[in-house]
Structure formats: C-alpha cells, structure tokens
Design a protein around this ligand. Structure first.
Ligand code: NAD
Ligand code: TYD
Length: 341
C-alpha cells in the first residue's frame, strides 16, 4: 500500500482521516471529493501543501474520471468516505443518496476489479442495522445482526454494503467494510446534532429536539474512528465487516443539556419539535471483534472528546458561520419550519 485514494476527504470524517494518515504514516493521500455542500477545503488548509497530499475535485459516479485518477496517481488502495450522509436530507429527497451512495460505490468497486487494486475499504454505518429496543441495553449491534434499514440514507448505505459483499464474493476482491456509530468532533457540519446544538446554544437560539428527546445514540470521537479505519486497512481480513463504537450511549436530551451546561446557557433554550419520521430509537455498537481480533481501542473518553469539540467550535466560529449561510439556511427552513409544535 503506497498511494491511497480517499474519497469524500473534504467532509467531516474524511478530512479528519486525511490528517490522521499524514500525521501517522508516509502514504501518498489523494483526496477525491465532489465538494457538495458538505465538502469544504477549508477543513484541510493546514495540510494542503503537505508533500504527500493531493486534492482532486471529482465525482465518484464519474467512471472515466475515477479511472483516469487511479491510473495517473497510481492508486493501489481506495477508502470510500464519499456519501450523502444526513438522514433528514434523505427524508426530504432520496435521489442524491441513491446516486452517490449506491451508484458511486459500484463505480469504485468496478475500478477495484479493473485495476486489480490491493484493497478497498467501505466506510459504512451502524444505521444499516436499524433500531434497537430502548429497554434491553444488553442487546447491541454485532457484525451478525441482520440489516434492517429504516431511512433512505441507511437503505442506500446498506445497498452499498451488499454490493461490496457481492463483489468480494463473486470476483474474490479484497473488500473490507467498517460500520461505525455516531461520530462527533471538529469540522462536523452543523446540521448534525452535536455541532448544531453548540452553534445554536452559542447564538442564544432555540435548540430543536426531535420527539421526546429519548432517542439514544452511541457517540465516538472522530479521531477514534480514524484510528479504527487505519487499523482495519492494515490488519483487517478481506471480506470481513468490523463494527466500530465507543460503548457510549446517550439520550439526545442529555447531550443537549450537557452542551448547554458546559456553555453556561439555560435549558430554556430547548425547544421540542415534531419527531423525525421513522426515527430510529436506539443505536449501540458491540465492537468486541475489532478490539479482540485487531487490537483497536478508543483513546478518547466522552468527557475529553466533548470538551475538545466544544472548544473547537468556540475557537472556530468563522468556520461554522460560513458553512451555516447560503444553501444551509434554505435547508434549515425546509427541514424545521414544518416541525415547530
Ligand atoms: P459528510 O457529509 O461530512 O462528508 C461527505 C463528503 O463526501 C463531502 O466532502 C462531500 O463533498 C463528499 N461527496 C458527496 N458526494 C460525492 C460524490 N458523488 N463524489 C465525491 N465526493 C462526494 O459525511 P461524514 O459525516 O464525514 O461521513 C463520511 C462517511 O462516513 C459516510 O460514508 C457516512 O455514511 C459514514 N459514517 C458517518 C458517520 C457520522 O456520524 N457522521 C457515522 C458512521 C459512518
Ligand atoms: P444526527 O446527528 O442527524 O445523526 P443520526 O440521525 O444519523 O443518528 O441526529 C442524532 C440524533 O439527534 C437523532 O436521534 C436525531 C436527533 N436530532 C434532534 O433531536 N434534533 C436535530 O435538530 C437533529 C439534527 C437531530
């Protein structure tokens, strides 16, 4: 492994991963990203001149350009982060999710076959497993849990996972899949829970909590996700799925209250809004396999990770103000205006 194509490397997790790899390894990293609303080259300004880094603006659905990039940059490994990633947007319109998440993955898998690459890692999500019961905390998602998707986003990610399995099985290709729980940390687009609530709290605005606020997510600091992917690409067994999580379940409402209290703000800012349609109740990952077979462990406690994250958003106000303008304002109006109770 020498030259890695990181697709979606200008997004939240992708940009953190590019930096993680440049800091810890000597591979050449080619960041291939379409720069949708979620892709932002400002996430990468500190490493843009790094000798082992190159950015290429491109769409994973564009077969000719993907193939040209692989040839010209002598790519031997693909790590696919590129995706439409927000459940609420997938409810407003599923088409882009089907195009990028499914057809885009198919193009990359064909490239893997055509160029006989060394490795392909699909960055997937725990959401492909559906929803867990709230009151049976001993039940968690294992790699053997059947796929049962509930949102257009998770359905498109599961379809991509199934394509990965099919290419691995039919063509005997070196494919790995990781399925991670909810991430948080620097550079997360403030349409997702934690950065949205930090931004709203700082601005003294209302914090929109869906339903009763008792949905549960299992939060992992983004750098721990990056180290897990690096572990899987180096030590994972072809054809295997690895779940990644921090055993860190929180009710949404408790996360929101924690953010308010850390910022010294009042809980009066909380505004319960109409629930997300089809809202999954609980996610929780069992990451025994990656921990015991590959020796990965998360480094960040939630206390530590959330402190770092809140500090980052306080110190990088310009970053989030910029991305929360323009197209974002139209989306916010569309998603939330019908939800105010
Ligand atoms: P993100 O929305 O922040 O970033 C996605 C990136 O993909 C953006 O830079 C965007 O420009 C790029 N992109 C979109 N369509 C593209 C296309 N057709 N061609 C090339 N680039 C394209 O997403 P994220 O939160 O960083 O998630 C990255 C990956 O991790 C996704 O595959 C997501 O499903 C998965 N994942 C995310 C989480 C999470 O909590 N955020 C958890 C588990 C798994
Ligand atoms: P989100 O960050 O969109 O991630 P996902 O839906 O992929 O888990 O949402 C995390 C949780 O927070 C989810 O249960 C929905 C809830 N949520 C709110 O209550 N209000 C909001 O404004 C948003 C964006 C999310």
């Amino acid at each position: 492994m020498k030259n890695i194509l990181v697709t979606g490397g200008a997004g939240f997790i992708g940009s953190n991963f590019v930096k993680y790899m440049l800091q810890n390894y000597t591979y050449k990293i080619i960041n291939y990203d379409k720069l949708t609303y979620a892709g932002n080259l400002e996430n990468l300004t500190d490493i843009e001149k790094h000798p082992n880094y190159k950015f290429i603006k491109g769409d994973i659905c564009d077969k000719d350009f993907v193939y040209r990039t692989i040839k010209e940059s002598q790519i031997d490994t693909i790590i696919n982060f590129a995706a439409e990633s927000h459940v609420d947007r997938s409810i407003l319109g599923a088409r882009e999710f089907v195009i990028t998440n499914i057809l885009g993955t198919q193009v990359l898998l064909d490239a893997l076959k055509e160029f006989k690459l060394e490795k392909f890692l699909q960055v997937s999500t725990d959401e492909v497993y559906g929803s867990l019961p709230e009151n049976q905390r001993e039940i968690k998602f294992s790699e053997k849990t059947p796929l049962k998707t509930n949102s257009p986003y998770s359905a498109s990610k599961a379809a991509a996972d199934l394509l990965c399995n099919a290419y691995e099985h039919t063509f005997n290709l070196p494919v790995l899949i990781t399925r991670c729980s909810n991430n948080y940390g620097p550079y997360q687009f403030p349409e997702k829970l934690i950065p949205l609530m930090i931004a709203k709290a700082l601005d003294g605005e209302k914090l929109p909590v869906y339903g009763d606020g008792k949905n549960i997510r299992d939060w992992l600091y983004v750098e721990d996700h990056c180290s897990a992917i690096a572990t899987v690409i180096h030590k994972g067994k072809d054809g295997e799925v690895y779940n990644i999580g921090g055993s860190n379940e929180w009710y949404n409402i408790d996360i929101v209250k924690l953010i308010l209290s850390k910022l010294g703000k009042s809980e009066n800012q909380i505004m319960y809004v109409k629930d997300r349609p089809g809202h999954d109740r609980r996610y929780a990952i069992d990451s025994t396999k990656i921990q015991t077979e590959l020796g990965w462990i998360p480094r960040y406690s939630f206390e530590n990770g959330i402190e770092k994250t809140i500090s980052w958003y306080i110190e990088n106000e310009n970053w989030w103000r910029k991305v929360m303008s323009g197209e974002y304002l139209k989306y916010y109006e569309k998603n939330y205006s019908g939800k105010i109770i």
